[in-house]
Design a protein around this ligand. Structure first.
Ligand SMILES: C[S@@+](CC[C@H](N)C(=O)[O-])C[C@H]1O[C@@H](n2cnc3c(N)ncnc32)[C@H](O)[C@@H]1O
Length: 255
């Protein structure tokens, strides 16, 4: 059923969206060309190397129903990670936003963490990733250390609990990437907290906005509530850009 919803949302999006030649906004054109279409700085990772071959299966702490406790095969579970194209886009996005520090919700085995951290490779920059499952974190560390990434921190716990701690500690980020807990309720709760953790010209990126009708409408509701300066639906990714100049609000659907 969810697959059908995703297909319907994607088809609808295709017919309502614009390609790069019909864009009159500088930001939209640059997002299109510099983040989604082109490989500004070609990025490749060690995801398909041998790093995961000897890791044994494990029971994952599940944030869904919590009922399915079958052992997970690490190599098979790599499928839940971002794809090669998605991590290239994340890598581009960090450069595009001129971000110095980023926060990721949903670390999994660290593929997105690595892409963001790698783009943040100059001094004083860092990526913080939140992941609820401790055993998944152990595997992520194997992957990230195999790639020699040094500027990362993984925080263990549920998104909401860790975000509350980050707010209390007065943390702030240039880029927040939400990639986990794909329910409408979670998204409606998470986006305002992430917004409160953003620096002035910060950006929120959300993966899987077409997860289901409910998730998509929660994403749209969040745009209405938070009122970013510009928001984009770009294939499966949603973006909110904030700028203190308070220019007229804009909304784009891009393909
Ligand atoms: C789709 S995966 C993330 C993929 C990763 N960002 C990447 O780029 O490869 C989602 C991860 O979020 C974690 N997760 C989901 N809901 C969570 C929650 N409420 N609190 C903490 N972790 C959660 C899951 O355990 C899972 O590992």
């Amino acid at each position: 059923m969810r697959k059908l919803e995703q297909l319907a949302l994607s088809i609808q999006h295709y017919f309502q969206s614009k390609g790069k030649y019909r864009l009159h906004s500088d930001l939209a054109y640059r997002l299109y060309t510099e983040v989604h279409n082109e490989q500004n700085v070609a990025f490749s990772d060690h995801w398909n190397s041998t790093w995961s071959e000897d890791l044994s299966s494990y029971k994952k702490t599940d944030f869904g129903t919590g009922k399915d406790q079958r052992p997970i095969d690490v190599v098979k579970h790599k499928k839940a990670a971002s794809t090669k194209l998605e991590v290239q886009r994340l890598h581009n996005l960090v450069t595009f936003c001129k971000a110095s520090n980023a926060l990721e919700l949903g670390g999994h085995f660290g593929r997105g963490t690595f892409a963001i951290g790698n783009a943040l490779s100059h001094e004083g920059t860092s990526i913080t990733s939140i992941e609820g499952c401790p055993k998944t974190i152990e595997i992520a560390k194997v992957y990230l250390n195999a790639g020699g990434l040094c500027n990362y921190t993984i925080l263990e716990g549920s998104f909401t609990n860790i975000l509350k701690d980050l707010v209390k500690a007065n943390k702030s980020y240039d880029l927040v990437y939400i990639d986990g807990h794909h329910t409408a309720e979670a998204l409606l709760d998470l986006i305002p907290i992430c917004h409160s953790l953003l620096n002035e010209k910060g950006v929120i990126a959300v993966d899987d906005i077409f997860w289901s009708y409910e998730v998509h409408s929660a994403w749209r509701k969040s745009i209405q509530r938070i009122k970013p300066w510009a928001s984009f639906e770009f294939l499966n990714f949603g973006y909110m850009f904030f700028d203190p100049k308070g220019l007229n609000q804009q909304f784009f659907k891009l393909w």
